[in-house]
Design a protein. Structure first.
Length: 366
């Protein structure tokens, strides 16, 4: 039986990798503090603080078919390499497409330049440092997986799940909205000038101008399964483990359709959203997945290597449907790490309906 060691395994991605490895018949051990949740049923949890001396001592009694490292803490990465690099037949490092220095050019592949790791408090810099340390210690047995946006049930970041959840919450509200706008129509800037003050608030959803914006999500279950299969096959090299590129408007359209949303799309320009204090991409008071126009390359990476290494991608609509169900189960109005609350969204919509004066570029029609 294959012996798989996951350094982590109690948070979302690590737990999904453990599920996948167990499904492939492996014996799975997870080393973690155990603060992020439970391990997958059937996996063994070894509780350890990786910052403490002797953190790995309990696992030095065997050889490992695959060690899967998820951390970007350089000290953790180096400590694990010192403990297990000589005991592992294969090593997988989960990195990130955030390591690339240029996010303005679409179509980058694994050969693109990386940031220089001068600040290890910076996520991208820390990931590059982790990659280099691992390449130095286990260069012949190493697979570096660089995911981008990961989606699927159980995501605690709320980046992708915000939209299926937000449309589902709006679909649960009053159904007295005016004639619904379609995503393609709503993505003309003039769509933001709809009667935001008169339409029932629960039947409106605030969106960014999605024209010429892209999203590139990989389902966490597809990513986890591929990581396990690649380890079984002994695959090495660097792989952008990313999904196919989809226009952002397509993602929003599918999310609204899955939720049964038939209300009003209130679309605002970047300038007006920024003026209202709405943030890009993720985090509190944000519109998730919305990126600055200059970051055109960030969600448009090539995934040819992922496909060549046997990576599979389920249909985007299937992921969105599963995320919608997960959002409903977890609570549509629960506190979120990313996005707007209903009250915050309503305040922005009301502000958008107010006259913009002569502030050039702040009105969505301009």
């Amino acid at each position: 039986m294959r012996q798989v060691l996951i350094l982590g395994g109690t948070a979302w991605l690590g737990r999904e990798i453990a599920h996948a490895a167990l499904a492939h018949g492996a014996e799975v051990t997870c080393l973690a503090r155990g603060n992020s949740g439970e391990v997958a049923s059937g996996a063994r949890l070894v509780i350890a603080d990786r910052a403490a001396p002797g953190a790995y001592d309990a696992l030095l009694d065997r050889e490992w078919d695959d060690v899967i490292e998820i951390s970007y803490d350089l000290g953790f990465v180096q400590g694990a390499l010192a403990a297990f690099a000589g005991r592992a037949r294969h090593w997988t490092l989960v990195s990130s497409v955030s390591v690339y220095a240029d996010d303005t050019t679409p179509g980058a592949d694994e050969r693109a330049d990386l940031v220089e790791p001068t600040d290890l408090a910076n996520y991208a810099h820390a990931k590059v440092a982790a990659e280099r340390a691992t390449q130095d210690a286990a260069p012949q047995r190493l697979l570096i997986a660089r995911p981008g946006l990961i989606a699927g049930p159980g995501d605690g970041s709320d980046r992708f799940g915000y939209w299926p959840g937000r449309f589902a919450a709006a679909a649960c509200g009053p159904s007295t909205a005016t004639t619904p706008s379609t995503p393609s129509a709503a993505n003309t800037p003039s769509a933001a000038s709809t009667s935001a003050t008169t339409a029932p608030q629960h039947t409106q959803v605030l969106l960014p101008d999605a024209r010429d914006r892209a999203t590139q999500a990989i389902d966490v279950r597809d990513l986890a399964d591929w990581i396990v299969r690649a380890g079984e096959a002994g695959d090495t090299g660097v792989v952008n483990a990313v999904g196919d590129v989809h226009e952002l408007v397509e993602v929003l359209d599918l999310a609204a359709e899955a939720a049964g949303f038939a209300g009003e799309w209130v679309v605002a320009s970047d300038a007006r959203l920024i003026a209202a204090g709405v943030h890009y991409w993720a985090g509190p008071h944000s519109l998730p997945l919305w990126l600055p126009n200059e970051a055109r390359g960030f969600m448009r990476y090539k995934n040819d290597a992922y496909r060549a290494h046997g990576g599979m991608l389920r249909p985007l609509a299937a992921t969105i449907a599963d995320v919608r169900d997960d959002e409903r189960e977890r609570g549509l109005d629960r506190p979120r790490r990313s996005g707007l609350t209903r009250a915050e969204e309503r305040a922005v919509i009301v502000a958008l309906a107010a006259p913009a004066g002569d502030e050039s570029g702040t009105h969505p029609e301009r």
